[in-house]
Design a protein around this ligand. Sequence first.
Ligand SMILES: *Cc1c(COP(=O)(O)O)cnc(C)c1O
Length: 413
Amino acid sequence: MVETGVEQVVVDQVNEQMTKAESVIALERECVLGNYSRYPMVLERGKGCYLYDTDGRRYLDLISGIGVNALGHAHPRVVRAIREQSTRLIHCSNLYYHEYQGKLAKKLIDASGLDRVFFCNSGTEAVEGAVKIMRSHGNGIGNGKLEMVSLNNSFHGRTMGALALTGQPKYQKDFAPMLEGVRFIDANNLEQLEAVVSDKTAGIIIEGIQGEGGVYPMTAAFLEKARELADKHNALLVFDAIQCGVGRTGTYFSHQAIAPHVKPDVMVTAKPLSCGLPLGVVMVNERAAAAIRPGMHGTTFGGGALTTRVALEFMEILVDLLPQITRVGEYFRQELRELGRKHSFVQEVRGMGLMIGVQLAIPGKDMVLEGMKHGLLFNCTHDTVLRFLPPYILTEKEVDKAISGLRKVFRSI
Ligand SMILES: *Cc1c(COP(=O)(O)O)cnc(C)c1O
């Protein structure tokens, strides 16, 4: 009678007239803050590039937790690192040393060309760190040097400092007043950049590729001009590489592909770094590091032994994956363009590496739902941009699967 347990579960479900997915959703509706509008799908497990829901349906994961699950799901080396480290030491606070912060910092210094690293827990928290560095840098010079220059259509996070830098009124409007002194200009607009940066500027913050804003890459000329003006006015140049960073573009950081000779003073990243565990970083050169002295900044959880150990494992795997990211990303864009030629609502395919946006002439929300029916997970940002942030382990074989699914999705529209 081994099946008894299973039968009992089935009976319970029938009694309650609810599937497992339905009861999960019902409980959340009752108890969880209503800030998300989730898709009606309950995920249970994943393996490689695939995810499985509670009904056992399989999906090709082309969004990887919004650019987080960089090595896909249940990667054996990630699983092993978590298993080993969790039996030894998960967290000890920043009161004490453990061996992995320094080792990971060294890897990030080598990858970025910057000098020092601060560890935190999320993207927005890394941006908060950058805001404090910009402010402290400006205050150290004085004369009202407190302005921060950011871009329209940018996204830097949801906490009050990061929100103040986010150039999208829809995210700010309910939380006024914002932090003062933030000036917004258009991405890639050299004239506006030249006009806005002055001796009052403490820092300039730029996403190498705007992610949430619809996958818009910066030009080399814009990054060069930002570097030149930051130097001229003693401001800090900050790159937000939270979504486009740590391998996503086939280089460690997107600016290394766009304008390799331009180096920021500060760079923040988070999403893929610890393969799903929460870890953010602020990387700085010595000039920016001078703005932070002992006691001025900190965090309880940041840089714990488990998250940094897993990130170290990730960095070791990433070296060998970079060429594949470039190759598969190019193939994916090429196939998307080919498919797009048959549908007039596809206007453009943008992006670098495995950060890809398909610009539509129509809203993309229904295509996301249709994609789910055909076993594909991706999302739609800025109403009309289909966004793909697949795991770095994606191969041509999965791209072919994605394209054949998308062909059906596009035909259904
Ligand atoms: C996701 C994101 C953030 C915020 O990161 P969280 O971890 O969600 O706080 C900031 N900047 C960019 C570019 C992002 O994509």
